[in-house]
Design a binder for this molecule. Structure first.
Ligand code: IMP
Ligand code: MG
Length: 179
């Protein structure tokens, strides 16, 4: 892989497939809301997906807000501990809110975030994720929009990282095991 010398990968979902699916998801969202839609982007992993998804939504007003949550450290598996490292700086009470995530793995992060934002009394609260690894679910989460369901493999690229590397890859790739 060019991104980090010595590592190898294969493309699981190409950038063209991602763009096609992002357009379809945006069309669904435009059908379901009148706006203003408060898109809550979960940093850092979702930043590229949010940038593409929101630019594909042109028929309703959209506001883009950021939150940062950490649950992973530099491991490939969740620590099970969720921490808000950057909170919203707007009041979402009475608004339609769509949480946009890069990937749902155990579901621990999103179930925590959903409970947290629910307490702020939005008019509606839903989740959109680009990727879903259903086999690894530990906490149940209702997800309204899912880009792709993927097998239980660790993926990087299109915003997703391994220990902060690979976020800039245009495709979603499977990271080869170390060694
Ligand atoms: P969960 O709490 O286990 O659902 O974890 C969700 C978070 O873990 C995501 O927002 C990602 O930051 C990270 N994550 C889970 N699986 C992967 C993966 O395959 N590649 C990169 N990050 C992942
Ligand atoms: Mg991450």
């Amino acid at each position: 892989m060019i991104n980090v010398p010595g590592s190898t990968e294969r493309i699981l979902i190409s950038s063209a497939q991602i763009q096609q699916r992002v357009r379809e998801m945006a069309a669904e969202i435009e059908r379901d809301y009148h706006g203003p839609l408060y898109v809550v982007s979960v940093l850092k992993g979702a930043f590229i997906f949010v940038a593409d998804l929101t630019r594909a939504i042109q028929n309703i007003p959209v506001r883009i807000e950021f939150m940062a949550i950490s649950s992973y450290g530099n491991q490939k598996t969740s620590s099970g501990q969720v921490k808000v490292t950057r909170d919203l700086d707007v009041n979402i009470e009475g608004h339609d809110v769509l949480i946009v995530e890069d990937i749902i793995d155990s579901g621990v992060t999103l179930s925590y975030l959903k409970r947290l934002l629910e307490q702020r009394h939005p008019k509606s609260l839903a989740i959109a994720t680009l990727l879903d690894k259903p086999e690894r679910r530990k906490a149940h989460v209702d997800v309204k929009y899912i880009g792709f369901q993927i097998p239980d493999e660790f993926v990087v690229g299109y915003g997703l990282d391994y220990a902060e590397d690979y976020r800039n890859l245009p495709d979603i790739c499977v990271l080869a095991p170390e060694g």
